[in-house]
Design a protein around this ligand. Sequence first.
Ligand code: SF4
Length: 213
Amino acid sequence: MKTLEEIHQLFSRFQATNPEPTTELNYQTPFELLVAVILSAQATDKGVNKATALLFPVANTPQALLNLGEKGLKEYTKTINLYNNKTRNILKTCQILLDQYQGSIPNNRKELEALPGVGRKTANVILNTVFKEPIIAVDTHIFRVSNRLGLAPGKTPREVEDTLVQVIPDEFKYHAHHWLLLHGRYICTARNPHCQECIVKDLCDDYKDKYFK
Ligand code: SF4
């Protein structure tokens, strides 16, 4: 386990390098972000951005997506992994948003997770990015980075999430999700991590194991 001092060091460096980190999914409204995050499961942000760059200028509200219908929406989503299910879930979610929330996005976990296609991770991204809650959505990158660093070792995303919430000081919690995610995407990559360029290598358990044992 890391000491408080080490954790402080770690996030201070991320903060100094990137004071205002944010999602790489392109969006203008909370609804657009919700659609993009649903589409992004097991797909790349780049691929999702390509699809939504064509979709959102044509339809970017629950009613407009419903007007496209399943066949029409699939024309935009068909390049994305698992698009059949995702398209159906998005349309079901649109209907619920219209029926129960006047077309807006609910601001709490219980109601978000009740939407088709929205699991804990998606709900966490919305709560963090839209509603500015200090919440950490553990995706594959954050899971890997947290384990390698020894910041929040765990066997499941939920275990890692619970530890991260406990150990990250409040002042860093709001941005922690994006710092860890971007670090995993660009530096601490799944294969061949760029350890020599890593700004926190002296604080990393994996690095110490690899080079100093
Ligand atoms: S030192 Fe290497 S393994 Fe450790 S966090 Fe940095 S990139 Fe990842």
